[in-house]
Ligand binder design. Structure first.
Ligand SMILES: Cc1cc2nc3c(=O)[nH]c(=O)nc-3n(C[C@H](O)[C@H](O)[C@H](O)COP(=O)(O)OP(=O)(O)OC[C@H]3O[C@@H](n4cnc5c(N)ncnc54)[C@H](O)[C@@H]3O)c2cc1C
Length: 436
């Protein structure tokens, strides 16, 4: 692609930031693109030291994982959160996908109201009190500062007594019958294992689902990027968002469509390409009057992978159910709508899209009795992807998975036999909105 055309595409992507995602994802029936395997080697059997035990182990410290860990600990569970990076927040902070989308939606009485409360509201309120989150009021989309969010998420873990392990790449599981017994971690201290009564897969990519032989779909979606520039106050470009820090603006490109987010070669190619696009866009923007000192603040440490493995749960939420305000007896939270997005091939404006209930069953795998799933890999049909994987919804499913995990492990029951009225009671006690 010629440089000019390349930059036009970048600008178009950036311009679409406030419009939300533009195209859908496609399901891949069985597996990701197979790697070009040159042969196989056999690894000798080895003993793995068990370095930790907890009631609940959460894999992944993104929005869903942190909400799950904090919420489980607040219910009295001993919780260990395992994260491969050195910060919390996942794509929210590490890929600068800052706007907490889908906090609000249309209610039956025709009003547009905030429907996502609980953990989501708590953290945005906290960041706002620090002067590090803008547009928090009902009807707007909260936009935090990523560094402040990383700081507050660590404080919340500390305050709730969650134990945290960074720089641990989940690499597999060990089973005991149909249960997950231990999570294997590759770390700088070597290969280790942690055991728990219950595991929450909040890896975004459903890594435990794969290792545990659970049912899931693999979806291809756009892989794009977001980044920030400093000294950008004077920049005139559609779709570039303000952030809480003066002169710092947020940029966005949709990247490439229908990408395999589980293929390391593809991910590397896209990372290199998108970083170049960020740099060249910043160079271009610096030529605007008043933007001579604009600079690329961060090219973000996580690539913008939107969707990969998605659980085939006890009940995957469908788009039609969500449009009909379908009521579930096991509702564990309310999902919102993207006001800038047009649904159903553009015929349904986001502002007309109603709030929707999320059933507990959509977090529950079909096979493993001590596993729950939260965040962008919980069970929903592909058409609802614009709502189901946004940050606010990840907070909702994370908080529900955390409370459910604590209820299951402390009540010595499995995830499919949970006392649902008790779960809902505990969620309400944590400030979750269960009715829309
Ligand atoms: C380009 C782009 C733009 C977006 N824009 C918006 C937006 O404007 N507003 C919005 O609300 N949403 C947006 N989203 C969606 C949203 O950011 C994500 O869907 C959301 O962050 C998912 O949260 P999660 O906790 O499920 O997973 P993630 O945020 O992906 O977090 C998963 C965490 O698990 C860790 N992890 C993964 N695998 C392992 C492993 N094996 N071992 C250890 N740790 C592991 C990761 O490091 C990460 O910290 C966007 C997404 C993308 C890609």
């Amino acid at each position: 692609m010629k440089r000019r055309k390349f930059l036009q595409v970048a600008a178009a992507g950036a311009g679409a930031a406030a419009l939300g995602p533009l195209v859908g994802c496609t399901p891949v029936a069985t597996s990701p693109t197979p790697l070009d395997v040159k042969g196989y080697l056999k690894e000798p059997a080895r003993r793995i030291p068990v370095v930790d035990r907890a009631d609940v182990v959460v894999l992944g410290g993104g929005p869903a994982g942190v909400a799950a860990a904090v919420s489980a600990a607040r219910e009295g569970a001993d919780v260990l959160l395992v994260e491969r990076q050195y910060y919390l927040g996942g794509l929210w902070t590490g890929c600068c996908v800052l706007p907490v989308n889908n906090t609000d939606a249309l209610l039956k009485d025709g009003s547009w109201r905030r429907v996502v409360r609980g953990f989501s509201e708590e953290i945005c309120t906290r960041l706002t009190a620090m002067g590090m989150c803008i547009d928090i009021k009902e009807g707007s989309t909260p936009v935090p500062d990523p560094e402040a969010a990383k700081y507050v998420l660590e404080r919340m873990l500390e305050e709730s007594g969650v134990r945290l392990l960074y720089n641990c790449q989940g690499a597999g599981i060990l089973r005991s019958g149909d249960r997950v017994d231990a999570l294997i971690l590759e770390t700088k201290s070597g290969r280790v294992a942690v055991q728990a009564g219950l595991f929450v897969d909040a890896s975004g990519d459903g890594d435990i689902l794969e290792w545990a032989g659970e049912d899931f779909d693999i979806r291809r979606h756009q892989i794009g990027a977001m980044w920030r520039c400093g000294n950008a106050g004077a920049l005139q470009r559609k779709g570039v968002l303000d952030t809480p820090v003066k002169g710092v603006k947020l940029f966005h490109t949709h990247g490439e469509m229908e990408q395999d987010g589980l293929d390391i070669y593809n991910l590397t190619r896209l990372q290199v390409k998108l970083r170049r696009q960020m740099w060249e866009t910043a160079e271009e923007d610096r030529r605007q009057p008043g933007c001579e000192d604009l600079f690329l603040l961060d090219s973000t440490s996580l690539l913008g992978v939107r969707s990969t493995r998605v659980l085939r749960s006890l009940h995957n939420v469908t788009f039609d159910e969500s449009l009909r305000y379908t009521h579930y007896d096991d509702c564990i939270g309310i999902g919102g709508a993207d006001p800038w997005f047009s649904y159903r091939d553009g015929t349904l404006p986001g502002r007309k899209r109603p709030a929707w209930q999320i059933p507990y069953r959509s977090l529950v795998p079909r096979k493993v009795p001590n596993l729950l799933v939260a965040g962008r890999c919980f069970g929903y049909d592909e058409q609802i992807v614009y709502d189901a994987r946004e940050v606010a919804t990840c907070f909702v499913t994370g908080q529900a998975a955390g409370v459910a995990a604590a209820c299951a492990v402390l009540g010595r029951t499995d995830v499919r036999s949970l006392d649902i009225p008790h779960l809902r009671h505990r969620l309400q006690a944590q400030g979750v909105n269960l009715g829309a």
